[in-house]
Design a protein around this ligand. Structure first.
Ligand code: NI
Length: 165
């Protein structure tokens, strides 16, 4: 079921989420709802608090455009650095420049409680960091300087491209 995505002002986005301890049908429904909502919004990632559920569950689009389901995710190692634009479905229409590790290793559980581990780089690594931060009540804009509109981002990217040529 597609859920309403809460916006930045909502208190649910500024709370620390609880670990998942029951791998039951309710959890499966939550995960399916998050995937439906993310697909509908055409985003790259979504965290449970963004639909008002204070549980440690996130969905991240993988390199092959399938969805990774992570319950109780934790970044266990990171490497390198990348700097780039980042946006959030809870802060629509705005983007900020954020530094993230280039590569991360994440440990989590699947919807049945089985341990899973993913090592990803680039945009997917960025997405892991962004979504996991949501579970601790943080949002990317806290790390960004000023925020830019989509038009401003397009302009900046175009300018950068012209300078390269
Ligand atoms: Ni977000």
């Amino acid at each position: 079921m597609i859920k309403k995505i809460l916006q930045k002002e909502d208190p649910a986005l500024h709370k620390v989420c609880h670990p998942v301890t029951n791998f039951d049908r309710k959890l499966s429904v939550l995960i399916d709802d998050l995937v439906d909502t993310l697909e509908d919004a055409q985003g790259l990632g979504l965290a449970a608090p963004q639909v008002g559920i204070l549980r440690r569950v996130v969905i991240v689009m993988d390199d092959d455009e399938t969805f990774l389901e992570l319950v109780n995710p934790e970044i266990v190692s990171q490497e390198g650095e990348q700097e780039g634009f980042e946006g959030c479905l809870s802060l629509s229409g705005l983007y900020g420049i954020v530094k993230r590790p280039m590569k991360v290793k994440v440990k989590a559980q699947d919807r049945h409680g089985n341990p899973v581990e993913y090592e990803r780089e680039g945009i997917t690594a960025r997405c892991f960091c962004h979504e996991i931060e949501h579970l601790d009540g943080h949002m990317y804009y806290e790390k960004a300087g000023r925020l830019f509109t989509e038009d401003e981002v397009d302009e900046m990217l175009q300018k950068a491209e012209e300078e390269e040529n």
